[in-house]
Design a protein around this ligand. Structure first.
Ligand SMILES: O=C(O)CCC(=O)C(=O)O
Ligand SMILES: [Fe+2]
Length: 486
């Protein structure tokens, strides 16, 4: 009864204008959809391009020939000199799995190793590396100036008429390599555009047009994340001469800081932080706690014998670095994980798929995936000092686990995938790209996942492991540490 007078008061005070009902707050699933859409909008182009003037002091290329040596001045290259350079090259190979192969249906081009040529032009003297650092790595993290990069000359390539290089990724040469840089020297040619494909998007960069866009001699450059699939289209006429460099984070890179994040007006980044915090503040969202999980937009080089997965946070690229920093700025603890997804034709797992997050590369060939008990032991134990967390996709509905698998599911962490796993693969090995620009070395690209552990809603915002009364609260993840299947 005590509520009646309040209602009456509200009615009397709103007689002047009819009271509009406050809109219901968005549901947790609407907020999740918003966040998914926002991350799509935030995807950056995976490359940056530009042109740079070529001055006469650095534009001469000296190269070995069958009979001695020759040179070309790229401020005024002559056709006969270019064909001499093409003839001095060897056919370019590429990596197919662990083998280096020549196959001119996949790659038709000439290559020259760094031991066989010399040119004074370099990307650091022209300030190009700073531009790449800014445009490719720090576009959204303007204040994060502590990343420095270096470039290492890799090859000279000549693409004559009819040359091309079909879709491939650039083989990672070590954990610190993040990109490739191609300098297209100013020669008259047609075709040879570079095409990028990433996350269902395709972009084309017309390198020939860029290299001839100014009346004075200019080289075109394109820098891109080397885990991105790319292709060189057929050269129709003339010679396309390139210098390729591998781009590395300078060692040791520092982890991203929260200093930056200076989005310009209209940048969807402005809403990323508030979207995440509103989602976490929704009481119906993972009310008993769980993981918020994102597949990172890029793949990262992992050397199974030595990569410390945690250290990959210092080498995050583009939107991945932004997401990591945004989580940190919300006082969340983002962790990087590899994912093992069980996909065998086992009836029960197909109806309720699970995946396992690992904080370290684990050789999956060690256990027998046909044997459920073996799998359960693997998934719920810590293997090779790696921490394994079994997860299932949470959708807000009460789950009834099949009796036979209850011992696994009861320990599984409910997880909301903002960016879901991409490939339905059940071994790490299959995630490796088949075609690279060099035979595969020990280091391979892996999908990496960013996960944030959320406490149950009632204690989600308590600071430093203390509850409202100042009592110490156990961290769920810590409690599970070392827990093995009995
Ligand atoms: O020449 C280009 O534009 C790209 C070449 C390339 O992808 C490579 O050498 O791996
Ligand atoms: Fe490439």
């Amino acid at each position: 009864m005590s509520e009646t007078p309040v209602e009456q008061t509200q009615q009397t005070t709103t007689t002047a204008a009819p009271q509009e009902e406050a809109p219901a707050p968005p549901t947790w699933s609407a907020r999740v959809d918003n966040l998914k859409g926002l991350l799509k909008q935030l995807r950056d182009l995976p490359y940056c391009t530009g042109i740079t003037p070529l001055d006469p002091e650095s534009s001469t290329l000296f190269f070995k020939t069958a009979n001695g040596a020759s040179f070309i001045d790229f401020t005024d290259p002559k056709d006969e000199d270019l064909s001499l350079l093409a003839a001095a090259c060897q056919p370019a190979s590429f990596g197919r799995g662990e083998e280096d192969v020549y196959d001119d249906s996949y790659r038709k081009a000439g290559k020259m190793d760094v031991t066989d040529f010399s040119i004074l032009f370099n990307p650091w003297a022209s300030g190009m590396l700073d531009t790449i650092n800014q445009m490719l790595l720090r576009k959204r993290n303007a204040g994060n100036s502590n990343v420095s990069i270096k470039a290492q000359l890799y090859k000279l390539n000549v693409y004559g008429p009819g040359s091309f290089f079909k879709s491939h990724v650039d083989t990672p040469r070590g954990d610190y390599m993040f990109g490739s840089l191609v300098i297209v020297l100013p020669t008259k040619h047609e075709g040879g555009s570079l095409v990028f494909r990433h996350d269902g998007q395709e972009c084309v960069f017309d390198t020939a047009a860029a290299a001839s866009s100014e009346p004075t001699p200019h080289a075109a450059f394109v820098a891109f994340f080397s885990d991105i699939e790319h292709e060189v289209l057929e050269v129709k006429s003339g010679y396309r001469v390139t210098l390729t460099y591998n781009l590395y984070f300078a060692v040791p890179p520092k982890p991203p800081t929260n200093l930056g994040l200076v989005p310009s007006e209209g940048d969807p980044l402005l809403t990323l932080k508030s979207n995440i915090s509103e989602l976490l503040a929704t009481p119906t969202f993972l009310p008993d706690g769980g993981y918020l999980a994102f597949r990172l937009a890029h793949k990262y080089p992992i050397t199974p014998s030595s990569t410390v997965l945690h250290s990959v946070r210092k080498r995050l690229k583009g939107i991945d670095a932004t997401l990591y920093e945004t989580c940190k700025s919300l006082s969340l603890t983002p962790n990087l994980r590899l994912l093992y997804r069980y996909e065998k034709e086992v009836f029960l797992f197909r109806t309720a798929p699970i995946s396992c997050l690992l904080d370290k590369y684990v050789d999956m060939t060690k256990f027998n995936p046909e044997d459920l008990e073996d799998l359960a032991c693997f998934l719920l134990s810590d293997q090779d000092q790696a921490r394994c967390r079994v997860t299932y996709a949470w959708d807000g509905k009460e789950k009834k686990w099949p009796e036979e698998l209850r011992h696994i599911y009861n320990k599984a962490v409910p997880t909301v995938w903002i960016v879901p796993y991409k490939s339905a693969l059940n071994t790490f090995e299959q995630k490796v790209e088949t075609y690279g620009n060099e035979a595969r070395v020990e280091t391979v690209y892996h999908e990496v996942y960013l996960v944030v552990r959320l406490k149950p809603f009632a204690t989600r915002f308590e600071v430093e492991g203390k509850n409202k009364e100042g009592e110490k609260v156990d961290d769920e993840d810590e409690k599970k540490k070392g827990e093995v299947l009995k």
